[in-house]
Every structure is written in C-alpha cells, then in structure tokens.
Ligand binder design. Structure first.
Ligand code: ADP
Length: 620
C-alpha cells in the first residue's frame, strides 16, 4: 500500500479522499490556493502546500507546481479527484515521468476517450452499442446535411472536442441544418480549437444511465452496476441514484457487459464511468441504450455506488494504484437496497440559480444521512470555485425509503445567510413523476416553476418563530364572537411580516432601549430565514445608519422628551409610547440631531408611524 498521497484538488472530494487515505494509514498532503488557506481539506491533511492565488489557472491547474509540491513533501502518489487536472493526459504523464504514482488510468486511456468521435468509433469496434449517427472525417456541409437526413430528424450536432454541455446544437428541421452547423463549428473552433463535428440521432426524453467500472494491473475488469443521473438542470446532474429505476436483470446484464467491453477496449486501469443515453419511452430496453462517453476518473456521484455495494471506491483506487488486484471479483459484488444523492449548491433558485457567496454563518446538515462536504460553519464560499458545498447520500431498503430520507434530511438542512438549492431538491424529490421513477433529462426544464421553493416560511412556522422571538411587537386584538387573537409583526430576513399567533408571546427583552438583535433561524423545506422581532428591527435599522424611529405597534404617545433641532446622544430617551398597557421608551440609536418630531403628547399612532428622526450632526 502507498505510504503517502498528495491530493490535487479541494472541497468535498479532497476531504473524502483524505478520510479513506487516513483510514488506510496513508500520510496525506493537501494543496491549496490563497482563497483556501482556511479550508477544511487543508486542516484535515497531515501536510499542506500553498500553490498560488485563488484563480484555478494560477493554482489548481498548475501541474508543475503540484508535482513540485509532491516532491517537496515526499508524497509518493497524486490523486487528482474529479475536475481540474483529473482528465488531463499530459498531467498524468508528467506525474509518471516525475517518478510519482498517478492514481488514475494510463494517459493513453485518457487520450483514447478524449475525443467524442474517436471514442465512439473505438466503442463501436469493441461491440458496444453507440448512438446512431455519423462519425466520419468528411466535414463538407452538404455531405453532413445528407448524413443528417439519413439519420433522421431531430439530430444533434456535437463538437468532437466538446465538453461540459458546450458545442452541441439540436436541429429539428432540415431547413435549419446549415445555420446550426456553422454556429456549432464556430463555437467548437473558438472554445476547443477544433471545428470537427459529429452528428447524432437526437433521443427524445432520454435517460442518462452510467456504469461504474474498475480495472487493475492484473487484467481484471469488473463493473459495480449502474447509476441513473437523469435528473439534470441544464445538462448538469442534480440528483443521482443507484440502481436505475425500472432496470430489469437482463437489461442490466447486457448494459454492464457492454461497459466492461468498453473498459477492456482501452485496457482500463482504475475507476472509470461509461455513460449511456437511453430511450426509455417504452421502458428500459437493452437495444435502446447507447454509449455516450467515458469519464476516466472518479465521479461526483460515486457514493451511491458505494452505498449499494458496500465498497469504498477510493480505497479501490488506492489499492489498484499500489499494484494490488481489485478487492472483489465480479461474482462477489451485489446490490443491497437503494441509494440516492443530492448535490447541494450555494446558489439562489429565486435569482435564477446565481451562486450565493459569502460567509456560512449557519451550516448544519444533520447526521441522518451520509454527508460529504468540504466546508463547515464559519467557512466562506468564494466566487472562484464550483458552488457545490456538499453532497447528501441516503441509503434505504427501497427507492422510496432512500428518497424520503434524503428529502427529510434536505428539508431540515440549515444554511444561512447563503441560499442553497435545498428547497428545490426537496421539491424535485417529492415531485410525483420523480417519486414514481418516471424521469428523463428534461423533467426539471419542464417542471421548472413547480419545483421552485417557497420564498417565505409558512404561517404556522412563522407563528412559532414569532412566539419564540417575542418582543414588543405583539398586539392583542379581539373579534366579535371569536377567540382573542394576537398579531405579531416580525422581520423575516429583514422584510416586515405580520402573523397571527396563538401562544402567549415571550416577554420583551427590556422595556426601554433597543432589544438585543435576536438570532433566530427558522428552517422549513430546506430553506432558513432569520426571524427577528420588530423592536429589534428598529435597532437594526438604526445600526445601518437610518435614524428613523418607527412605532413598533399602535399606541399613544405619553411623553415627548426632546424637540426638533435638539442635540441628542446615543441611548437618550426620545419618546414614550403606551401600548398594550405597557410603556415603551424609544431612544436615539446614535449621537445626532433630532430632525422630525411630528407628534405631540397624547397622539394616537399606528404601527410603523414615524415618531422621530435622528440625523448625524454632519448631515444635519
Ligand atoms: P458533454 O461532454 O458536453 O457533457 P455529452 O455528450 O456527455 O456532452 O452530453 C451531455 C448531455 O446532453 C447528456 O447527459 C444528455 O442529457 C444530452 N445528450 C447528449 N447526447 C444526446 C442525444 N443524442 N440525444 C439527446 N440528448 C443528448
């Protein structure tokens, strides 16, 4: 077994690799950028090396620096994780040339799978079914149009060097072909430096099904069954599961055998994934599942395979890299139960899924399911890297058990003040079609609106929170022939809201002066809000520099202690309001001059009425 390992990555995957390495007694070395100096993976590793500034091209993509870091720390091997340099054949070769162990496949396997057309041709030769289409060298536009017609519309034009969902054009009608081809070639040339395209039959309502494969240096190749990653948002996986819903034994056998053939065709060593696209319009059928591409690395979604097989795939990678044979033979691998993973992103669904960056003041994902994360409470999410902050993985006896456990864990997740897609994931997991296993890659795009999480907590949750935070903002109201009702005004993430409450309110914190800013988070359906009493809000507003003093509730002014133009000091009493048989003193939030004093003693005022305004002396 290896003695030491450098992990050329960050975030959850670096932490996950370190955990297994530590269990196996391997010394670990982390690398980090300036933005990650305080990151969890750095704290977890035995040793850590700074490699450069925050941008990835100046740090995590600098292969030479990473190899130098391994040499300087005496690390014996490099694990690339996923993303970054993990599928870079030149880097893999440089690692090997430096006399280090590359935890991954041979550079030649990476290269063979690097171009879509070459990979498809190689797979077709190996007897792996590939999506019907044209892979030829003849790139003459008329010839390509003839090929598209022969394949039958709709077709997909794909840049052979494309990736990450870029360089693809869906063409529905022959009349649109020429323009789409030009635009695809332009994008391919500028993004990938290679204008070559292939043409594929466009599969409508497809499912994304992939097979985990593993090879060693002793000629063994096994598969660890399939995963279904059909739930995608803009071609990005969101929820993954294993096994695939609706997969029968015979279809699974055919698919997994094709995946092993694919791996064998490139003498595959280590962890790899064969991605297939399935036309499931009439259920999953072996003759309607086609090779799409091979990923020559560990996948983000590998934990669902770990859960159903009881294997640690990082341990497998490290054993294979050490030259050991695969830990299990095919006959010793089986599926137990069902597993489902959700990718938690720091992003705001209400703002078009824009990344939500800043400090994680509250971060608690509970411990009811497996959580793979690279951050903790207090961490800062920077704009430099992928906003995925955690993966939650549930395992149960049945698909429904895994699904409901995952939804419940996300439902309770507390993340604040950053926004996450947790509420969106909960809606997706509870969507009737998803629950029924009736999925395809277009489900999220079709159901978009229906999956949007609530932007405010529900009435009962808000009422409980209001009762808890209390404060002077509670009003008792009586309705004829009805039970007495109390209303509370609270601030929900800074926005005022009224709520009816049954329970008696907690007493206000001190009758005079601003209440301390309460920190109360309420969590519902995967979203957290801060609920503060209205009174606290006044001090909050004052702290923000706004000297407006508003009535926290309806009442009568019983004393006016200052006059317009007076100089006041912070904390000096300005007005006394009588409401709910109590006196509430309202005082200056900061030193300044009294600007407005619109009401006299005895005046009745409504909630929110301006009682006084203080301005800073230099602004007066
Ligand atoms: P990339 O390398 O850019 O990720 P892929 O070839 O892996 O591109 O395809 C990405 C996604 O595009 C797939 O997961 C699937 O949702 C969709 N897709 C790819 N090929 C087809 C096809 N022939 N028909 C329909 N959808 C497709």
């Amino acid at each position: 077994m290896l003695a030491s390992l450098l992990i050329a990555n960050r975030g959850e995957i670096a932490c996950r690799i370190i955990r297994t390495a530590r269990r196996l007694g391997i010394r670990t070395v982390a690398v980090y950028s300036d933005a990650d100096a305080q990151a969890l993976h750095v704290a977890m590793a035995d040793d850590a090396v700074r490699i450069g500034p925050a941008p990835v091209r100046d740090s995590y993509l600098l292969g030479d620096r990473i190899i130098a870091a391994a040499r300087d720390t005496g690390a014996q091997a490099i694990h690339p994780g996923y993303g970054f340099l993990s599928e870079n054949a030149q880097f893999a070769q440089a690692v090997i040339d430096a006399g280090l162990i590359w935890v991954g496949p041979d550079p030649a396997s990476i290269t063979a799978m690097g171009l879509k057309d070459a990979a498809k041709a190689l797979m077709a030769d190996a007897g792996v079914p590939v999506t019907p289409g044209y892979l030829g060298d003849n790139q003459d536009p008329d010839h390509l149009a003839d090929q598209a017609a022969a394949i039958g519309y709709p077709v997909l034009i794909k840049a052979v060097a494309g990736g990450g969902g870029k360089g693809m054009r869906l063409v529905e009608r022959p009349a649109d072909f020429a323009d789409a081809l030009l635009s695809c070639q332009r994008e391919a040339a500028s993004s990938f430096g290679n204008a070559h395209v292939l043409i594929e039959k466009y599969i409508e309502r497809p499912r994304h099904i992939e097979v985990q494969v593993f090879g060693d240096r002793h000629g063994n190749i096994v598969h660890l069954f399939e995963r279904d990653c059909s739930l995608q948002r803009r071609h990005q996986k969101v929820i993954e599961e294993a096994p695939a819903p609706g997969m029968d034994g015979a279809t699974r056998d055919a698919l997994c055998a094709a995946a092993v053939r694919a791996a064998r065709a490139v003498d595959y060593v280590g962890a790899g994934t064969i991605e297939f696209i399935a036309d499931a319009s009439e259920g999953l059928r072996a003759d309607r599942i086609w090779f799409m591409e091979m990923n020559t690395r560990l996948q983000v979604e590998h934990p669902v395979t770990e859960a159903i097989t009881g294997q640690d795939l990082v341990e497998w990678q490290l054993r294979v890299a050490s030259g050991e044979p695969l830990p299990r033979a095919q006959a010793d691998l089986s599926i137990t139960g069902w597993a489902m993973e959700a990718r938690l992103y720091a992003e705001d669904p209400a703002k078009g899924f824009l990344p939500s960056i800043g400090r994680l003041d509250a971060f608690d994902l509970g411990d009811s399911v497996r959580v793979d994360t690279g951050v903790g409470q207090g961490a800062t999410i920077s704009p430099f890297y992928d906003p995925m902050i955690a993966k939650l993985i549930a395992h149960g006896d049945s698909r429904d058990a895994a699904r409901t456990a995952l939804a419940a864990a996300l439902d309770r997740s507390v993340v604040w003040p950053l926004r996450t897609n947790a509420g969106f994931l909960v809606q997706a997991l509870r969507h009737a079609d998803f629950a029924a296993g009736d999925i395809d890659t277009g489900l999220i795009a079709r159901e978009g609106e229906a999956l949007m999480p609530a932007t405010l907590p529900s009435e009962p949750t808000l009422a409980q929170a209001a009762a808890r935070v209390g404060g002077a903002g509670a009003l008792a109201g009586f309705r004829l022939n009805a039970a007495p009702q109390r209303q509370a005004r609270v601030l929900v993430d800074g926005q005022p809201g009224d709520v009816a409450i049954d329970a008696p309110l907690a007493p206000a914190a001190g009758a005079i002066g601003p209440a301390p800013l309460a920190r109360t988070l309420v969590t519902e359906q995967g979203r957290s809000w801060q609920v503060t009493p209205w009174r606290a809000a006044i001090s909050g507003a004052a702290a923000a520099g706004d000297g407006a003093i508003l009535a926290p509730m309806p009442g009568r002014i019983i004393a006016v202690s200052v006059a317009s133009g007076d100089k006041v000091t912070k904390g000096q009493k300005l007005v006394t309001l009588e409401a709910m048989k109590m006196e509430h003193g309202l005082s200056a939030p900061f030193d300044g001059i009294v600007k407005d004093m619109p009401h006299d003693e005895g005046a009745q005022v409504q909630e929110g009425t301006l009682l006084a305004r203080i301005v800073a002396e230099d602004a007066a």
